[in-house]
Design a protein around this ligand. Structure first.
Ligand SMILES: [Fe+2]
Ligand SMILES: [Fe+2]
Length: 159
């Protein structure tokens, strides 16, 4: 997982993750820490194994680690974080050795992760599902107040 380790050490990744942590210190709803990013990576990878998706592990983990990395920018200037995350991820993926085709697939998955859309991009489909499935809405104290619509909330434990 050499390329994934490079993402973890990338200065932009480190800076933005710390930025998000700072801005979410008092947040009552779901956070976007490394815990969430890894939950999404691992559930995506389980889907890939269960469904014989055939995607390489470092593509899945790289995408999951970066899918919310623009959340701090969203808090600050209102840019939807699927867009700010894809923008930041572009440079990081190039620096970490992902080629043009890989990067394109990964960036599309990040770009599409917030809203359900029909797509041929399997990575985008599992990222969307894992992102929702990773949240423990079934055991959340502020579930009633959460702005997520009911179709997105994860009310059963599968993984
Ligand atoms: Fe997100
Ligand atoms: Fe997420």
């Amino acid at each position: 997982m050499e390329r994934v380790d490079k993402i973890l050490q990338h200065p932009v990744f480190i800076k933005e993750l710390a930025h998000i942590g700072e801005l979410e210190k008092e947040r009552r709803y779901c956070r976007h820490s490394i815990i969430h990013l890894l939950d999404v990576a691992r559930i995506s990878y389980i889907y890939n194994l269960e469904e014989n998706g055939g995607l390489p592990k470092d593509i899945i983990y790289g995408t999951a680690l970066l899918h919310d990395i623009g959340k701090g920018i969203q808090y600050e200037d209102g840019t939807p974080h699927n867009i700010s995350s894809a923008d930041l991820a572009k440079g990081i993926l190039a620096d970490c050795g992902y080629n043009e085709d890989e990067s394109q697939m990964m960036l599309e998955a990040i770009y599409l992760h917030r809203k359900f859309v029909e797509t041929d991009n399997y990575l985008a489909r599992i990222l969307y599902r894992a992102d929702k499935k990773s949240r423990a809405c079934y055991s959340c104290e502020v579930c009633e107040e959460c702005h997520w619509d009911e179709t997105k909330k994860n009310l059963s434990l599968d993984y």
